[in-house]
Ligand binder design. Structure first.
Ligand code: 0O2
Length: 207
């Protein structure tokens, strides 16, 4: 089915606005938290708007007809924001910062750290809505925020490149190895927290 180009572009305008506004909101939250606590749990933030091809493919995979209504209703990650942190213990701090914000409404939470995906994928996902001002009042736009450590991001980025979208067509040996490395990365994440704690205790005693 063909989607009307003009209608699609009009709809995307609001998604692009939501991305800009939510990114600014997160910048402010991170800044204010640093002023309040003296600690910044965020390493960096990456953003993207999902491509038209990926949106259509995702609707097809979910067996939905390709139209604007179904995009708005069933695709949660047209706006994607990824927050990367150094330590696994930073993740709950970032979740709290977002949950305490009055403008962001959480509609779904997926804890792929407590319950990793069968591939080995680990990350914490928040599906949220963010209000975008329009002449007729505000429009609540769905956005996905992924929160993960540098190590989880390293694994997920490589997994995305080499297997995620074609996991059925690649040798089992590759999927098995990736799964194994995801476990290794999880252990490294734990060890980094322990090392950081040792250094912090050492600094405290020294001061
Ligand atoms: P892309 O290309 O990254 O955008 P649902 O929320 O149930 O309607 P959805 O959105 O498939 O369905 O949920 P899910 O499984 O939580 O996946 C959301 C996103 O998480 C994916 O978006 C990926 O970005 C990421 N993800 C999920 N599983 C994996 C995985 O095994 N490996 C990697 N590398 N990333 C994963 P997209 O649209 O599938 O892909």
């Amino acid at each position: 089915m063909k989607i009307d180009d003009e209608k699609y572009e009009n709809m995307m305008f609001y998604y692009k606005s939501a991305l800009r506004l939510l990114e600014t909101e997160l910048d402010t939250l991170i800044y204010e938290n640093k002023i309040k606590t003296g600690y910044n749990p965020v390493e960096h933030v990456k953003t993207r708007i999902k491509s038209k091809e990926s949106i259509f493919q995702k609707l097809k995979n979910k067996n939905y007809e390709i139209n604007c209504y179904n995009i708005i209703e069933y695709i949660y990650d047209v706006v994607g924001i990824r927050i990367i942190c150094a330590f696994i213990t930073d993740i709950p701090l970032i979740i709290d910062i977002i949950k305490n914000d009055k403008n962001i409404s959480i509609i779904k939470e997926k804890d792929y750290i407590k319950n990793p995906k069968a591939t080995g994928y680990r990350s914490y996902h928040l599906i949220v809505t963010f209000p975008v001002p329009t002449a007729n009042g505000t429009k609540d736009i769905k956005c996905e925020i992924q929160i993960r450590t540098l190590a989880m991001d390293f694994w997920a980025s490589i997994d995305h490149k080499i297997q995620y979208k074609f996991s059925n067509t690649i040798p089992k040996e590759v999927t098995n190895q990736l799964f194994k490395y995801s476990k290794n990365i999880s252990q490294i994440d734990q060890t980094m927290v322990e090392l950081n704690n040792i250094v912090n205790e050492y600094k405290e005693k020294a001061s």
